[in-house]
Write a protein that binds this ligand. Sequence first.
Ligand code: GDP
Length: 463
Amino acid sequence: MTNNETIVALATPNGIGAIAVIRLSGLDAITIANSVWRGKDLTKEASHTIHFGHIMDGDLMLDEVLASLFIAPSSYTRENVVEISCHASGYIIESIIKLFIKKGARSAKPGEFTLRAFLNGQLDLSQAEAVADLIASNSKASQQVALQQLRGGFSSQLQTLREQLVNFASLIELELDFAEEDVEFANRGQLKQLIVDITRIIGRLIQSFELGNAIKQGVNTVIAGRPNAGKSTLLNALLNEERAIVSHIPGTTRDTIEEVLNIQGINFRLIDTAGIREATDAIEQIGVQRTMEKISQSALLIYVFDAEQITLDELKSDLTSLQTPGVAMLLVANKMDLLNSAGKEDDIEAFFQTSGLPDNQTIFISAKEKLHIDDLKNRIYSAAIKDQLSGDETLVTNIRHLEALQKTEEALTRILGGIDGSITSDFLSIDIKQALHYLGEITGAVTTDDLLDNIFSKFCIGK
Ligand code: GDP
């Protein structure tokens, strides 16, 4: 990794616009910019200042621009940085970048600015990843979680745990030096308490992934039910628009439709599936299979039934075939506007009370008349997001972090087992080092080139 090269890339999206920002970072960023600059001498200007000038290719003026100066270490990368705001024409952008390359810069690789920020200690690894998450965030909740991680909440929590473990690791190392004398510098009772405490924190972080991931990726939600139950009508009512095709012919929704519904900042990816019924033709058969497939890939199933038409036997058989381990199920009795007597409603409620399902899972609505739709939205939210978002707790959203935490947990369990089994310091030391290693992988205290490549190659160029 050579950091004396100056890199250049477009930092704004490709395409025509009012302004584009071209970013230069590295030792020679300011001298390279100055070498094609007509205006004040940029090498003599202070950090965090903006200057008007012209970019010149020899005698040819390429554009009238603004240059923002950041002098090392007061910049995103902690290197000298110049950001040129030019007019966003593809031709101008390309010409300026080519000119900078001619003057000694090279094209930045994806994520290379952020990689440098990490290597130069501006951000730790989980914060660098939060930058990518922030750019990709598409809801209030995902933006908030990314921002919290970027601010270092997660990092400082892990850092504290690591420091405590490091203390013990060094005491245990010391015991190894005095192996002959059979001394214990590291109090086993205290070590055990520490490991129990850390295991609890790690366990909480691991648990937070379910919610964290839901926030980041959205919650896959399937709407399923018999033909004509009102799935498409419900989808429209939830989305408040006419997107899915509503028709009287059973089984029209043959392919699946996916729409995103935002409830209290969380994105639910709603999948409307083909009706479930005895397959009468090949296409329906595929539809039914796909429904079951989609359900198994989801976190939440909204089962819709026609409260007026359905028989309790049909209800029972649907519930039996749809129940899928690990998938929360919400039961929606539709067409309540057609239930003119309370009899059917009572029957259905009685059925659920004896079915062994918690009865707060059934909700009566009318998709067509838009009755109880807001109530249903609240139920959808709480069925998927069991723990309320408190705002300040740390949520794990990254699968790489989850895996490292799980490996840390395994090492901690071995340490605990080891203390109880009074194993020797050298074995304890190995497990403590493992735990430290995996914790360190999250923040980047421990890295490999492969790991960094893997993370930063997923960034966009210019970030
Ligand atoms: P799908 O096959 O499950 O997608 O069902 P649709 O959404 O296409 O609805 C089937 C029929 O039921 C349509 O004629 C809808 O207008 C009607 N429908 C849907 N929801 C309601 C409701 O709440 N009340 C009444 N009365 N009719 C409904």
